[in-house]
Design a protein around this ligand. Structure first.
Ligand code: SF4
Ligand code: SF4
Length: 288
C-alpha cells in the first residue's frame, strides 16, 4: 500500500509573505477602499484547447482551464501557430483589482509585523500558502515552493495541521476561502462581462480601458492596469452601484491617495501614478 501523501502547514504570522500589495476580486475592493489604493487589472491568458505535447495532461491542464473559465469575464476561441500549424486556443480576459504597491517591499496593511486588517484581509491572503486561482493538482508543489521562499517562517513540522491529504486540500479555512474566491468571481461575472463589452468599444473610449491589441503587445510584461473608475462606472450603468456609491468610493480613494502621496515610501513612477489617479478622481468628483 502506498504511503499517505500528507503535507502540513501552519502560519506563524511572521509577516514575511506580506511583501507586496494584494490582488483582490472586483467586489472585494469596495470594502477595502479605505486601506488600499486599487487599480483595475486587466489580464489576458491564452491556453490551448488541448494539452500541447510534453504538457502535463493528468487533469491539471483541464483543472487550469476550468479555473480560468470561472475567473474570466470572457473566453474567446482563437487560433495560434504551433509547430507551423494553426491550432485552437482560448483567450481568457480577466479583471481584478490590484492594490498599488505604496510601501517598499511590504503590503501597506502590514504594521508592526502583523496584518492591521486581519479580520478583513482579502481572500487571496486567506488562501495562503496556496492561491485560489491555482488548482488542487499543483497544491503540493505550490506549497513546497512557497515555504521554501527565503525568510518565510512557516511551520511544516509534524505538529502542524494537515493542509493537503493525498492531493485534497483539507485545511478547512483555506478550502473555504478558495471556494469563496470562486464564488465571488462567479458572482462578479455579470459585472466583469459588462466591463469586457467595453474593451475595444469605440463608443466607450472615455473609459480608457486597454484594448486587446495593447494587452497582447504587453503579454511579456504581464497584465495592464488602469484606474478603478471604468469598473465603477460600468457598475453604475448596470445597476450594481448607485451614483452615490460611486462618488463615495471616489471620495474614499481620494482621501487615501492624499495620505499615500504625502507619506508613501515608493518609487517615483508609483508616486506619479498616484498623483495622476488623484487628478482623475478629483475631476470625476467635480464633474458629477
Ligand atoms: S492584507 Fe494583511 S495578510 Fe494580506 S498581504 Fe497585507 S498585511 Fe498581509
Ligand atoms: S511567510 Fe508563512 S508564517 Fe510567515 S506570515 Fe506568511 S504564511 Fe505565515
Amino acid at each position: 500500500m502506498a504511503a499517505p501523501d500528507i503535507h502540513r502547514f501552519a502560519c506563524t504570522r511572521c509577516g514575511a509573505c506580506c511583501n507586496r500589495a494584494p490582488e483582490v476580486a472586483l467586489s472585494e475592493a469596495a470594502a477595502l477602499a479605505d486601506h488600499f489604493v486599487f487599480r483595475l487589472m486587466v489580464s489576458l491568458y491564452w491556453l490551448p484547447d488541448r494539452p500541447v505535447p510534453g504538457q502535463n495532461a493528468d487533469g491539471g491542464f483541464y483543472e487550469r482551464k476550468r479555473l480560468l473559465a470561472d475567473f474570466a469575464a470572457r473566453a474567446s476561441p482563437t487560433k495560434a501557430f504551433r509547430d507551423g500549424k494553426r491550432v485552437p486556443y482560448t483567450k481568457y480576459l480577466v479583471f481584478s483589482a490590484l492594490a498599488a504597491d505604496t510601501r517598499a517591499g511590504h503590503c501597506v496593511a502590514l504594521m508592526d509585523g502583523g496584518c492591521a486588517i486581519y479580520p478583513q484581509r482579502p481572500l487571496a491572503c486567506r488562501t495562503v500558502p496556496l492561491h485560489y486561482s491555482r488548482g488542487d493538482h499543483s497544491a503540493a508543489s505550490d506549497l513546497a515552493a512557497f515555504v521554501a521562499s527565503p525568510g518565510y517562517r512557516c511551520d511544516t513540522s509534524d505538529t502542524a495541521p494537515v493542509l493537503i491529504d493525498n492531493g485534497r486540500i483539507v485545511d478547512e479555512p483555506v478550502a473555504t476561502a478558495r471556494h469563496q474566491a470562486r464564488q465571488v468571481a462567479l458572482n462578479d461575472r455579470r459585472w466583469s462581462t459588462a466591463i469586457a463589452r467595453q474593451v475595444g468599444n469605440p463608443a466607450a473610449a472615455d473609459l480608457a480601458l486597454p484594448t486587446i491589441a495593447e494587452l497582447q503587445a504587453s503579454a511579456g510584461a504581464g497584465a495592464m492596469t488602469t484606474t478603478m473608475a471604468p469598473a465603477w462606472r460600468v457598475a453604475v450603468d448596470i445597476g450594481l452601484m448607485t451614483p452615490g456609491d460611486y462618488q463615495a468610493l471616489l471620495a474614499r480613494q481620494l482621501a487615501l491617495l492624499g495620505r499615500e502621496i504625502a507619506t508613501a515610501d515608493c518609487p517615483p513612477t508609483t508616486r506619479e501614478t498616484l498623483l495622476a489617479m488623484h487628478t482623475e478622481y478629483q475631476r470625476l468628483r467635480e464633474n458629477r
